[in-house]
Design a protein around this ligand. Structure first.
Ligand SMILES: Nc1nc2c(ncn2[C@@H]2O[C@H](COP(=O)(O)OP(=O)(O)OP(=O)(O)O)[C@@H](O)[C@H]2O)c(=O)[nH]1
Ligand SMILES: [Mg+2]
Ligand SMILES: [Zn+2]
Length: 328
């Protein structure tokens, strides 16, 4: 049986209802939702009131969302504000924003080491991922199909110094341990990327059993067949993985606003540093390093924060360069 903790609940959501009435959305259908509560699975519909209050797709319950149900666990009375969400802008239209998954801790941007590797597309994914409020991780699959991936990895790491790049093969098992190591603390991780790159295969490997269907890629052009057709939240080890259907295109562009919200605690600490431009290194009177020393802030979390800062600086630089080029 699940507890709120094993469902991925976090105190930071705040207190909303009796804990029996809290459900996590594990998959969505046409106007119906499958949820999971501490008492087990439930089928949910939106109440008329909630339905009427929804003006755009973005506000509909998405996989990973937390909702408040009625005592019989039949209807959704409220959607709890998301702490993060991976959003795709369909054709740049704000009304068409689609939430791929909500309340994520990490987003695995999956690409395969054969035909799929497309660095400009990777950049678009990365920007959206940072904007989600979750940490992006680059996962390169099908390592068995390439003799040597060192150069590609170097190139990606140089472009994205703030992001972990992991290489694996579901076929040989190479690199799976490093992925496994991230499946702790009932974190929620979405796998996104094109069709046929092995997202579902990877999930099955990590789970040690076939949770998801997988499909061959087409022989003529190496593209996938869109085997996975719906988004699903799956319990794998001590984490929740969201399998998603392969994407064709990806809308942009981010504002970066959500980014700092992810690390609100650190931003708040930084305000008490003696120097306004404190780099939280060896400066005297640094509130961040003293919080780490006193165990009030985990060093790991601070490392993630620093990565984010580096990545943001990089994105800013890229944006400026793009704008300069446009003006010329
Ligand atoms: N050689 C090799 N093939 C792999 C690997 N991982 C997956 N595949 C193959 O790639 C094909 C596609 O795998 P899927 O897991 O269905 O791909 P997907 O990303 O889930 O695709 P969609 O559900 O369509 O988005 C299958 O034939 C897998 O056997 C790998 O590490 N090495
Ligand atoms: Mg799939
Ligand atoms: Zn400081």
């Amino acid at each position: 049986m699940n507890t709120l903790l094993t469902l991925g609940w976090n105190e930071a959501f705040g207190c909303y209802a009796e804990k029996e009435q809290l459900a996590r959305i594990i998959t969505t259908g046409q106007n119906t939702y499958q949820g999971l509560t501490i008492n087990g699975p439930c089928h949910l519909k939106l109440t008329g009131k909630v339905s009427h209050s929804i003006t755009e797709k973005y506000d509909l319950p998405a996989v990973g969302d937390w909702v408040v149900t009625d005592p019989h666990q039949q209807v959704i009375q409220q959607i709890i504000p998301r702490r993060s969400s991976f959003v795709r802008n369909v054709a740049g239209n704000q009304d068409q924003r689609q939430v791929i998954a909500a309340n994520l801790d990490e987003i695995w941007l999956v690409m395969s080491l054969n035909h799929d590797l497309n660095l400009p597309r990777l950049n678009r994914y990365i920007i959206n991922a940072w904007d989600s409020g979750a940490l992006p991780v680059i996962i390169l699959t099908k390592a068995d199909l390439i003799a040597d991936s060192t150069m590609i990895i170097k190139e990606i790491q140089l472009e994205h110094p703030g992001i972990d790049v992991l290489v694996c093969s579901a076929k040989t098992g190479v690199g799976l341990e490093d992925l496994q190591a991230r499946l702790t603390h009932y974190r929620t991780i979405a796998l996104v990327g094109s069709s046929g790159i092995g997202k579902s295969t990877l999930i099955n490997q990590l789970a040690g059993r076939d949770l998801q269907l997988t499909g061959d890629i087409r022989e003529d052009d190496g593209r996938g067949r869109h085997t996975t057709t719906s988004r699903n939240l799956l319990a794998v080890q001590h984490a929740w993985l969201v399998d998603t259907p392969g994407m064709r295109e990806f809308g942009l562009w981010s504002t970066g606003e959500q980014l700092n919200q992810t690390f609100e605690d650190i931003a708040e600490l930084a305000e008490s540093c003696r120097f306004g431009d404190c780099a939280h290194g060896s400066e005297p009177g640094c509130a961040v390093t003293s919080a780490i020393a006193q165990g009030r802030l985990s060093a790991e979390r601070f490392k993630d924060y620093q990565k984010l800062q580096r990545e943001l600086a990089y994105l800013e630089k890229r944006k400026r360069e793009t704008e300069l080029k446009k003006r010329r």
